[in-house]
Design a protein around this ligand. Sequence first.
Ligand SMILES: [Zn+2]
Length: 90
Amino acid sequence: MPAVDAATLRRMGALAGARCPICRKSAGPRPENPVFPFCSPQCKLVDLGHWLDGGYRVPGPPVSSTGDAETLESKGRTDGLDGNSQEEDE
Ligand SMILES: [Zn+2]
């Protein structure tokens, strides 16, 4: 009598490995597959190519230059000087 049936073997296989996100072939389990979750180095390169093309670009705020803080500071200083010189009347 067999210790495990085909269904159990298939389930064990699903747990041990994963499907390659590029070609949908079954990829080997992590310990013995250096390119996990891909099935082969080729598929890993294809995925890397998608990143470099900008297909997987992560949205985020644009990186601003350091000039912003300086502009705000000089604007505030100008306003303050104008108000003081007009109110000073003894
Ligand atoms: Zn693949």
